[in-house]
Each structure stands twice: as C-alpha cells, then as structure tokens.
Design a protein around this ligand. Structure first.
Ligand code: HEM
Length: 495
C-alpha cells in the first residue's frame, strides 16, 4: 500500500499532462466503469479512440486512475517498442499478483535474475526439435475434436464450438506439459478441467475490481475462499503428476544418479513431455519440486485458454468469409486429397494459407488483449517523466486495427500476411505474442497446434457463423472471449 501511494504521489504531477477519463479522489475513474464485461470493453475502446485520436492533448498514451492507483496505457507503436524491447523494463505489473498465487513465481510472472535464468533454461524446451515430439498429441486430440463435433454436423442446428475447443486445447496442454492424458474430450477429469477454467474467471474479476484487492472484501465476497480451494486442488494435481512422472523416468533408467542426456532412441520411444525435460534439468539447475510445479502450472495457465480462443476466433471468421474458407479447403485438399490420413510435419509446413488466416484472426482478435509492466526506473516518453513503479498497460488492439498499418483494417483479409505485406509493416503494428525479451515462449507451439487442429476441422467440415464478427459480444478477460461462445452451423464436406 505504501508503495502504491508513493507511486500515486510521484505520478500525480507528470500524469496531468496525459489525457484520460475524468477521475475523482480515491475512487479514480472506477465510478464510471461499466459492470458488464462487454460494456467495459467498449468503454475502454471508446476512451482509447477519443484520447488518442480526438483529444487536443492526444499523445499516444491514456491515463486511467484505478481507484488511487495510476495506470498508463501506451498506444503508439514507437512507445510500445520502447517498453517491450527494453532489457531493463521486464517486471510484470502488480495485476499479475493474483495469478502468482495460483501458478507461483514461474516464467510468466517472475522477474529479475530468476526470470532471466528460467528463460535461458526453458528456451531449449521450445526448440523446433522438441516441439516435433508434440505433433502426435496435436494430431490425436485434433482428430478427437472433429469426431466429437461430427454428431452436430448436417443437423442445421447451431452449435457452440467453444467448449469443444477448450477441452481439446486442455487435453493437448495437459499431455504435452505433464505427459498426462486428461481425456476431457470424452468426459475425463472434469474436476481439474473445470477448476482451471473457473480460476481464470475469478482472476479476471479480481483484476477488474480494486475493492477485491482488500482481503476482508475478497473473502467476504466468497471468491477468496473459492479461489483458495481451487488453487489447492490444481496444485495438488500437478504435484501428484510430478511424483508419478519422476518414478516412471527412474523405472525406465532415464532419470539416474548421474546427469543423463536422453538418447535418440529414448526420445523416440518416450516422446518426452515438458515436465520430463524439467525433471532432467532439475539437479543441474538446483530446482525444487515446487519450482517444477510453478513452471508446469504456468504452461497449463498460459497454454490452453489462449489457443482455444484463438482457434475459435479463426473458425468464427472463416465461417463468415466463405471465399477465404474455400481457399483454406482447396489448400488442404491439395495436401491430403480424399485421404483420411493423419497430418505429418511436412503437411503442416504446406498449410501456408491457413497460417495466414490464423495470423489475421489474431490481428482482429488477439487472444491476450493486454499485457502489463511495472516501470523499474523513471522513463521519459513524449515529454512526460513516467516515474519508477508506475503500471503500464500495452494492448495490441490499437496498432492491430490502425488504418495507417493495414490495407483493410476492419476486414478479415489474410493477404495482410503475405511475406511482402508483412515485411513492409512497422514491426510493432502486429504483436499478438507480445515482443522483445519477454515475448511468448510458446508461440511456435501455439501456431503448430492451431494449424493441426484447424486443418482437421476444415478437412472434414464446412462451417457457417451464426452471427457476424464482431457483431456478437466479445469480452477482454485475461484472454479474449466471445460472451456467448462461437456459434456455428456445421456441414460435412463430401469430396
Ligand atoms: C494463441 C496462443 C497464445 C497467445 C496469443 C499468447 C500470447 C502471449 C503473450 C501476449 C505473452 C506476453 C505476456 C505478458 O507480457 O504479460 C505470452 C507470454 C507467455 N506465453 Fe504465450 N500465448 C499463446 C500460447 C502459449 C502457449 C501454448 C504457451 C505454452 C505452451 C505459452 C506460454 C507462455 C509463457 C510461459 C509466457 C511467459 C514468457 C516470459 O515472460 O518469459 N503461450 N504469451
């Protein structure tokens, strides 16, 4: 609290220069916040539009007082670049504190030397050669996804594909991160699946309403108790998996007293999951079991909501743009013909147009709608001295939709991502995976997963969106989501 008030005191004077919505003492601008998530999102959007494009003081930044706590949202790409590329502004803002209570101080939220060491240690676990071990999981879970959807095809009834995608992404991340088959697509382990999903909802409420930051109110609202119970449940699940996985590696002679590098044959046989790699690094990096747990839980947190939402938006958009959908299908038909075979890695490389569609949908609907940083030192920007410890928020939305960067900013136009178009653009016009030293370590994983799962979908089905994008309500929770799901009509394709 002392730190917050120090920041507020130091920020008050310089922040006068930055435009933003009207604030009152102590409550800030919160008294104006819409309660409904979707309306709140629209309100933020309008404020950004007004204060960055219309207001006479406009300067590419918007100030917002969250109660007595100041936040500055940065919009212009050059300012965003200054922050994201800096090697000295790597600290996550305090709105990640609640996430930390669940996943611990893993890669997503840690800072300083700990983050640096972990990032270096974990980067090889996302190397192309390691990711190829996961291809079989993407393929199997993707095949299961279309199998589950099949009963809804040709019924001409609307189906919300979001729960199907969520379970598919959950099965994928659980097996690749922990080596555990959750089988939530066929009703397995729903307690864990539901707990993870509910935790994300509670975190979003906490981040939005500062009154919940006070423990008596947090617990009186009952959210605090529910949160603690679910955290215990999910943490215990991961601890249990770690113990099991260690025993299995010991039994197979892979985890020994001596440091051991897996042989080609062992890798081929075992297809190590992320946790296996951590267990093999454990001794050399002096990691405790809790260190392992926080990294595994970080991947569980960061690696399934993001991808299921991204796949949902891509499907929604393709369901609304039949010409582009037909192009995706033509590309897949050229690769697979009439065959039902599993996609291999060479096939995935050939899905060039599908990849453009995925990138374009991440432009219009970036799964992570904003990231936060706490300034580790004073920063001068646009003639304003932003003080140390100030919270900065960066959203890809503004640059992703700015007419100066995109030929057709509000349309779904995958040719925004031809090699020529992409190389001619400002590098910070597009950053769904963030950028700089703290960018998303899982972006190649995410893209590969999306391509495999969506290729199954569009090989088997033609889809029509029930509502046009973005007509239906979208809410920027921690991850961007549609308020009423991804409603589609699904038709089997007959080759
Ligand atoms: C479409 C899917 C995804 C999107 C849009 C996405 C986006 C992002 C963004 C914007 C960040 C930066 C967050 C910040 O600075 O606060 C981030 C970080 C991160 N992501 Fe992803 N992500 C995706 C999928 C994944 C997957 C599948 C994994 C893991 C398997 C993953 C693991 C991580 C981790 C560990 C970090 C923290 C990196 C660090 O701070 O060093 N993400 N992601």
């Amino acid at each position: 609290v002392k730190k917050f008030f120090e920041v507020a005191y130091r920020a008050y004077e310089p922040l006068q220069k930055i435009p933003g919505p009207k604030s009152l003492p102590l409550v800030g601008a919160v008294y104006q916040f819409k309660l409904n998530s979707k309306e709140f999102f629209e309100q933020l959007d309008q404020w950004h539009e007004y204060f960055c494009r219309v207001d006479p003081k406009r300067m590419g930044m918007v100030k917002l007082w969250l109660g007595p706590f100041p936040v500055v949202s940065v919009v212009w790409p050059d300012f965003i670049k200054t922050i994201l590329e800096s090697n000295t502004l790597l600290k996550k803002s305090n709105n990640y504190d609640i996430v930390r209570r669940w996943i611990g101080d893993g890669l997503l939220v840690s800072s300083g030397e700990k983050w640096q060491k972990r990032r270096k240690m974990l980067t090889p676990a996302f190397h192309f050669n390691v990711l190829r071990n996961y291809h079989e999981v993407f393929t199997r879970c993707g095949a299961m996804f279309v199998e589950r959807l099949d009963e809804k095809a040709d019924t001409n009834r609307e189906v919300d594909i979001f729960p199907y995608l969520k379970r598919c992404a959950m099965d994928i991340i659980c097996e690749t991160a922990m080596g555990t088959r959750l089988d939530s697509q066929i009703g397995g382990n729903m307690e864990y699946t539901n707990a993870v999903s509910r935790l994300s909802d509670i975190i979003w409420s906490y981040q939005r309403f500062p009154h919940l930051w006070f423990p008596p109110i947090w617990y009186a609202s009952r959210l605090g108790f529910e949160f603690d119970r679910l955290v215990k449940l999910t943490n215990n699940f991961t601890r249990h998996v770690i113990a099991e996985r260690r025993s299995a590696l010991i039994d197979e002679g892979i985890l020994t007293e001596e440091d051991h590098e897996m042989t080609e044959a062992e890798i081929k046989r075992r297809k190590p999951c992320f946790l296996d790699l951590l267990l093999l690094m454990q001794r050399a990096n002096a990691l405790s079991d809790e260190d392992l747990r926080e990294e595994v839980d970080t991947f569980m947190f960061e690696g399934h909501d993001t991808t299921s939402s991204a796949m949902g938006f891509a499907t929604w958009l393709l369901g609304q743009y039949p010409v582009e959908q037909a192009k995706v299908q033509a590309e897949l038909d050229e690769i697979f013909g009439d065959s039902d075979r599993q996609p291999d890695e060479a096939d995935v490389k050939r899905m060039v147009y599908l990849e453009r569609c995925i990138k374009e949908s991440l432009r219009l609907a970036p799964s992570v709608p904003f990231v936060g940083r706490e300034l580790q030192h004073d920063v001068a920007m646009a003639g304003v001295d932003l003080p140390k410890n100030l919270t900065m928020v960066i959203s890809p939305y503004g640059p992703h939709l700015a007419p100066e960067h995109w030929e057709r900013p509000m349309e779904f136009y995958p040719d925004h991502f031809t090699t020529e178009a992409a190389s001619a653009r400002h590098p910070y016009a597009y950053f769904p995976f963030s950028a700089g030293p703290r960018n998303c370590i899982g972006q190649k994983f995410a893209l590969a997963e999306e391509k495999v799962v969506l290729s199954w979908l569009f090989r088997k089905f033609r889809v029509e969106s029930v509502e046009p994008y973005p007509g239906a309500d979208i809410v920027p929770e921690i991850v961007l989501k549609p308020q009423t799901g991804f409603k589609m009509r699904i038709f089997r394709r007959h080759h």
